[in-house]
Design a protein. Structure first.
Length: 418
């Protein structure tokens, strides 16, 4: 019996009418002959409300009780959806994480999966149940306590079930109808993609196209779970949405598949750093210890180095999230004070944004970077930092040019055309 996993996010189960709508989508798949495992989120806003209750009760709260409270949102929607399906005469029941059981580590509020044994749910399918409605985002630790996976975790629950049950596909129902070539709010020419490779989706997800939790895409890639993103607010059929899949399943791929951006970037430069072995480690060690998410890194010869000088200097530039700037500055000043590093000056620029082009086609195509830089040059956009990987080229630019840059790159790579 083929198994399909369907996941409904918070807006897709926001009230009883939305839950009924979700139930109809499940019914359609049952009628196609699937055994369905449905993963549900809490009703939208519910998890935030529960987090607020915890924080309003206890400042230094017990993480185990935090999880016990915030996991409750998903329990409600799982039960309600099972009830709605029963009303439609579809044999269904709800499952909380511990009942499956969804075994996780004991890292409360950021637990990781250990195992999802199939036996209990399979036994119910064998008894004639057609649908298992599972509360997303939660599990149970070896100590028998309720755990949660971290915000947005039900996407990951869905992928984990698809992997554990060998599902034909994992359909993620949400409030957008798929993955786009770029943010449609920035250019109306943004086009919905029929297919996108796991690697590309990972780059787009971590670059701020927040359709799927990044961890869920990593897991899908590892277990080759075909993921489909589609809207629960529209009529959908087997071809709706965007399929996130192995690149082998993508016939004609464009060189560039999408343009991503991240608005909240900052740039920091340490000027006149002594150029010697170990200096990068001495800078980035303290940043890592301070929990700074360093992204792009560029090391240059410093203008303070004069020819023939015994002592050479280097300038080290890196990007980081804007809200970590103060912490990074403190880490660098402390490293300077304690003698771990020595630099002439520290300059920070908070008005920057990152724009990236992503595509697996880049692996085999030359000239993509040149094309990208030429497009930015035509718009008079100055590039501050560049980094590249096999399937991505990113630039840091002044934030006020971000929209312009995204539009220009979308045009240059003709992403509006299929
Ligand atoms: N309800 C949880 C959250 O809001 C998990 C999820 O919906 O993915 O983060
Ligand atoms: Mg979500």
């Amino acid at each position: 019996m083929a198994i399909l996993v369907m996941k409904f996010g918070g807006t897709s189960v926001a009230d009883l009418a939305r839950i009924e709508n979700a139930a109809k989508k499940v019914q359609a798949e049952v009628e196609r002959g699937y055994r369905v495992i449905v993963i549900v989120s809490a009703m939208s806003g519910e998890t935030n409300k529960l987090v607020g209750y915890v924080e309003g009760t206890s400042k230094l709260y017990d993480a185990r009780e935090y999880d016990a409270v915030v996991a409750a949102g998903e329990n409600v929607t799982a039960g309600l959806l099972a009830l709605r399906l029963q009303e439609m005469e579809i044999p269904a029941r709800s499952w909380q994480g511990w009942q499956v059981p969804i075994n996780t580590t004991s890292a409360h509020s950021s637990a990781r999966f250990i195992s999802i044994p199939r036996a209990n749910i399979d036994a119910k399918f064998a008894e004639g149940f057609k649908v298992a409605v599972v509360a997303g985002f939660q599990g149970v630790s070896a100590e028998g306590r309720i755990t949660t996976l971290g915000r947005g975790g039900s996407d990951t629950t869905a992928v984990a079930f698809a992997a554990a049950f060998g599902a034909v596909r994992c359909d993620i129902y949400t409030d957008v109808d798929g993955v786009y070539t770029t943010d449609p709010r920035i250019t109306k020419k943004a086009r919905k993609l029929d297919r996108i490779a796991f690697e590309e989706m990972l780059e787009l997800a971590s670059l701020g196209a927040k359709v799927l939790q990044t961890r869920s895409v990593e897991l899908a890639m590892r277990y080759k779970v075909r993921l489909r993103v589609l809207s629960s607010f529209e009529d959908t059929d087997e071809n709706s949405g965007t399929l996130v899949c192995d690149e082998d399943e993508i016939m004609e791929s464009k060189v560039v598949s999408g343009v991503a951006y991240s608005r909240d970037e900052a740039k920091m430069t340490l000027l006149k750093v002594e150029d010697r072995p170990g200096i990068a480690a001495a800078i980035f060690g303290p940043l890592a210890e301070a929990g700074i998410n360093v992204d792009m890194i560029v090391q240059n010869i410093s203008e303070f180095t004069s020819p023939g000088d015994a002592q050479a200097y280097t300038d080290m530039t890196f990007s980081l999230p804007t809200n970590q700037l103060d912490r990074a500055r403190r880490a660098m000043e402390e490293a300077q004070d304690s003698g771990r590093i020595a630099y002439g000056d520290l300059v920070a620029d908070i008005d920057v944004a990152k724009v990236s082009v992503v595509g697996i086609g880049m692996r085999s195509q030359v000239g993509v970077a040149a094309q990208m830089f030429a497009a930015l040059a035509r718009e008079n956009v100055n590039i501050k930092v560049i980094t590249t990987s096999e399937i991505k080229i990113s630039v840091l630019i002044d934030r006020k040019y971000m929209e312009l840059a995204v539009q220009a790159l979308h045009d240059t790579f003709e992403l509006d055309k299929a």
